[in-house]
Structures are given as structure tokens and as C-alpha cells.
Ligand binder design. Structure first.
Ligand SMILES: CC(C)(COP(=O)(O)OP(=O)(O)OC[C@H]1O[C@@H](n2cnc3c(N)ncnc32)[C@H](O)[C@@H]1OP(=O)(O)O)[C@@H](O)C(=O)NCCC(=O)NCCS
Length: 231
């Protein structure tokens, strides 16, 4: 069981992080994986009502990885926590299978009552760096939460939400590509999505067109002058 957890978790990292070069590298150098190993132990103690030991294990995991996962949190299979630092996953949070979280993600609560107060995340959800998902609602399967979004209400399956407070957006990139764009890092092609770079690209295209027109005009002028000399 533990072996299977390790094997499929390592495979998930290798499939989704182009920087991962070998299984051994993932095993030794990925704090997200280490945090999950600590969490498995802490969660097993939590389920046996060894609450203090569970908290101590979880605290040790946090100290070593910078990732804080409450031992009560329920985490599905093949979760990838990329970079990891400052991730916080609350006590009643639940995460489905094949999810992808970046650094500084918070799955938090907004109330002090002791019941369910953290989100339930479906399967194959991507949560961008710095996003905060706050409250006891559900984020549907295949949803995408943009980096730095603050999500305060349920997200329907397959929806991309961005901003503060997070709102659904049209998935332009998926439309342009004509297929699901999940790629390593779950982000658009860096650069071309940057508005400044897009502006530079369009200015460069206009400049090339302008240069071509000037060259055509110069050629025409040269031809006319050549004809005049002949006459
Ligand atoms: C949310 C995300 C998954 C969107 O991917 P997508 O579903 O393919 O959506 P698109 O790229 O088509 O973007 C849709 C719109 O939302 C905007 N948008 C995307 N991410 C945004 C964000 N984090 N905040 C605000 N707006 C965002 C896009 O500019 C686009 O708007 P436009 O149509 O006006 O141009 C992606 O932008 C993201 O934030 N990924 C996380 C990346 C990350 O944290 N990387 C860390 C690496 S260390």
C-alpha cells in the first residue's frame, strides 16, 4: 500500500513536472512528496484518535517542508504539490485524485465553528500559486483556479476562475488550441499570454509590414527614375 502510494505519486510528479529527471530525484528533492509522506503517517494517527501525536507529526512535516497539512485533512491519490512552500491545508479540507497545487495555496476556513469549514476539492483540479480557497464549498472536477485568486463560493466542474473574488472566465486558450491545454505547470504558454509581450509581438509585425511597404515604394521609385534616365 505504502509502496503503491510512493510509486504513483512519484510517477505523477514525473509526468507533470518537466524539471523532474529521475524517480530518485523526486523521492529525495520534492518537498511536496515529503509533506504527503508525513501527512499519511499523521492522518493514520488522527484516525486512531492519537490527536496529539498526529499534530506533532504534522508539525514536524511542516518544519521540514514548509507545507502545513492538518492531520485531519483527507487527501486523494497522486496529489502533486509543486514547490510547496507556504501551502496550508485545513482540518476539514478534502482533496480528490490527481489534483495539482502550487506554492502558497490555502485551503482554509472562514468561521470558528468546529464542523466542516474547509473546501472539498474534486478530481483533477489545478490550483495556481497563491490562490486561497476559503469556506466549506465544493470545487468541481477539472476546475482550474488561477494564481492569486480568492475563491469564496462553489466552483462548477470544468470551470476556470480567476481574480478576487474569483469569477469564472472564458477559457480562451482551450478554444484556440481546440483541446484541453493541461500541460506541465498548468499555465498558458509563458510570454505570449503576457500582455506586454503580446503588444511587442504586434508592434513587430506592424513594423515588418511597414518596412516591406517602404521597400516596395523605393523599388518603384528606382524603376521610375531609371525610365526617366533612359528617356
Ligand atoms: C487559471 C489558469 C489555469 C488558466 O488557464 P486556462 O484555463 O487555459 O485559461 P486561459 O489561459 O484561456 O485564460 C482565460 C482568461 O483568464 C485570464 N487569466 C488567466 N489566469 C489568470 C490569473 N491568474 N489571474 C487573472 N486572470 C487570469 C487570462 O488572461 C484570460 O483572459 P483574456 O481572455 O481576457 O485574455 C492559469 O492562468 C493559471 O493561473 N495557472 C496557474 C499557473 C501557476 O500558478 N503557475 C506557477 C508556476 S511556478
Amino acid at each position: 500500500m505504502a509502496f503503491m502510494f510512493l510509486r504513483e505519486s512519484i510517477r505523477a510528479y514525473r509526468e507533470q513536472d518537466p524539471a523532474a529527471r529521475s524517480d530518485l530525484e523526486v523521492l529525495l528533492c520534492y518537498p511536496g512528496l515529503h509533506a504527503l509522506i508525513w501527512h499519511r503517517a499523521a492522518h493514520a494517527m488522527w484516525r486512531r484518535r492519537l490527536y496529539l501525536f498526529a499534530r506533532m507529526f504534522s508539525h514536524l512535516g511542516r518544519f521540514l517542508t514548509g507545507i502545513e497539512i492538518h492531520p485531519g485533512a483527507k487527501i486523494g491519490r497522486r496529489l502533486v504539490i509543486d514547490h510547496g512552500m507556504a501551502v496550508v491545508i485545513g482540518e476539514t479540507a478534502e482533496i480528490g485524485d490527481d489534483c495539482y497545487l502550487y506554492h502558497q495555496v490555502t485551503l482554509g476556513g472562514t468561521s470558528l465553528h468546529q464542523g466542516k469549514r474547509h473546501p472539498t476539492i474534486g478530481n483533477k483540479v489545478i490550483i495556481g500559486a497563491g490562490a486561497k480557497v476559503l469556506g466549506p464549498f465544493t470545487v468541481g472536477d477539472n476546475a482550474r483556479i488561477g494564481s492569486n485568486a480568492v475563491v469564496l463560493e462553489a466552483v462548477p466542474p470544468g470551470t476556470t476562475v480567476v481574480g478576487i473574488p474569483a469569477r469564472p472566465v472564458e477559457r480562451q486558450r482551450a478554444k484556440d488550441l481546440g483541446h484541453e491545454p493541461f500541460d506541465a505547470y498548468g499555465s498558458p504558454e509563458e510570454g505570449l499570454r503576457d500582455p506586454l509581450l503580446r503588444e511587442i509581438e504586434s508592434l513587430r509585425a506592424e513594423l515588418s509590414e511597414f518596412e516591406a511597404r517602404v521597400a516596395r515604394m523605393a523599388n518603384a521609385q528606382a524603376r521610375r527614375e531609371g525610365q526617366r534616365v533612359d528617356d
